[in-house]
Design a protein around this ligand. Structure first.
Ligand code: AMP
Length: 116
């Protein structure tokens, strides 16, 4: 597959395409997923375009991965009851479509089948 560069998330970070941004700091942005799979479905995304998936991120920058988890928890507190699933689709066969690492934060009245 041709992994688009810059990714759709880099275009959102650069304000080249619109998105519903719910959090932003120097290293992380979070947006509402355009096709929600749960009552609360947010994406936590490192601004760096350097990591295609969560294991590249974990190898290169575990601190940044930990920041993503912290932001996920903060957003789950703000948008739901603080309980959430954090899903990283990793690889095309696992359903990954955007190769700029992102975690799906799923919360609010989850059911068994509501994995992103
Ligand atoms: P994945 O399949 O894990 O790579 O997740 C990519 C996610 O990005 C999907 O859940 C899409 O619905 C979401 N998505 C794609 N384009 C946009 C966009 N422009 N704004 C918000 N979410 C998007």
């Amino acid at each position: 597959m041709d992994h688009d560069s810059p990714s759709i998330f880099t275009k959102i970070i650069n304000r080249e395409i619109p998105a519903d941004i719910v959090f932003e700091d120097d290293a992380v942005i979070a947006i509402r997923d355009i096709n929600p799979q749960a009552p609360v479905h947010l994406l936590v995304i490192p601004k760096s375009p350097d990591y295609a998936n969560v294991f590249e991120l974990a190898d290169a920058s575990p601190e940044l991965l930990a920041r993503l988890v912290s932001v996920a928890k903060k957003l789950a507190d703000e948008h739901a009851d603080g309980q959430f699933r954090l899903v990283f689709n990793s690889g095309e066969a696992a359903g990954q479509t955007v190769f700029h690492v992102h975690g799906h934060v799923l919360a609010g009245g989850l059911t068994e089948g509501s994995l992103a």
